[in-house]
Design a binder for this molecule. Structure first.
Ligand code: SF4
Length: 242
């Protein structure tokens, strides 16, 4: 098995996707990942546009795959509605709604109101990072929908990545996909998606930290728009997060 220590030697990371492969290598990486890691492989699913593609590709390989949604308790109703649609379309999937140890009310009692507006890193740590740490404590590898074109901080993502944050292996099948690729796939395969995407929300997270973007803005510009923050901390090394 490919391990945390020798991931970078994998020839998979150096293969250019074949021009005849409409998934740009994604389906092959998923096949490999489920053969390699089996039931211990977890997909951390945000139910964003990339997730719709990934779920469809995963269902081709492992219809009963385990998906984990970090249910912060602060998501849009449209996101929960989409999850219900996905459950109907892919009934065998094992969708785990992972909640933080503190409810939103308990967090307010301990840290004061609207922690996200004063210290979003602390809030993300409580509501996203810690819960994912708990999920991944029993997993050897996890799947993420990162794409290189999403932002400069994601430009060097490989198919298979050493994950210092969670001491794991992070498999990123969609690295070669563009935003247009994602939407062409969704439309061609008539997949469900979050209706907020039609209202200028390209990237959707928690309600307090998600806003609409202007037509000329980066697709992640609407996340933590008033903070010098572009990532929740799931994809950065531990010293960058509390
Ligand atoms: Fe808190 Fe915002 Fe992070 Fe959600 S995205 S966990 S509300 S800081």
């Amino acid at each position: 098995m490919l391990t945390y220590a020798n991931y970078s030697d994998s020839p998979l990371n150096h293969e250019e996707p074949s021009a005849s492969d409409p998934t740009k290598g994604a389906q092959g990486i998923l096949n490999w990942a489920y053969q390699t890691y089996g039931d211990s492989l977890v997909y951390a699913c945000s139910f964003g546009a990339e997730s719709m593609v990934m779920i469809d590709l995963i269902a081709n390989v492992k219809p009963d795959a385990k998906l984990v949604f970090l249910d912060t308790g602060l998501h849009f109703q449209e996101t929960y509605d989409l999850i219900d649609e996905v459950k109907e379309k892919y009934p065998k999937l094992d969708i785990v709604m992972k909640e933080p140890s503190l409810t939103v009310d308990e967090q307010r009692e301990q840290y004061g109101s609207a922690l996200w507006s004063r210290d979003p890193n602390q809030c993300c740590y409580i509501r996203k990072i810690k819960p994912l740490e708990e999920v991944l404590s029993g997993a050897t590898a996890w799947i993420s929908g990162l794409r290189r074109a999403q932002s400069p901080s994601r430009a060097n993502t490989d198919f298979i990545n050493k994950d210092d944050r969670f001491e794991s292996v992070k498999v990123c099948p969609l690295i070669h996909w563009t935003w247009d690729d994602v939407w062409n796939y969704i439309k061609d395969h008539q997949l469900p998606y979050n209706s907020l995407h039609d209202e200028n929300y390209p990237s959707i997270g928690c309600i307090p930290c998600t806003s609409k973007v202007l037509d000329n803005e980066d697709e992640r510009a609407g996340r933590w728009a008033n903070f010098n923050k572009t990532e929740c901390g799931l994809h950065v090394a531990p010293q960058s997060a509390k």
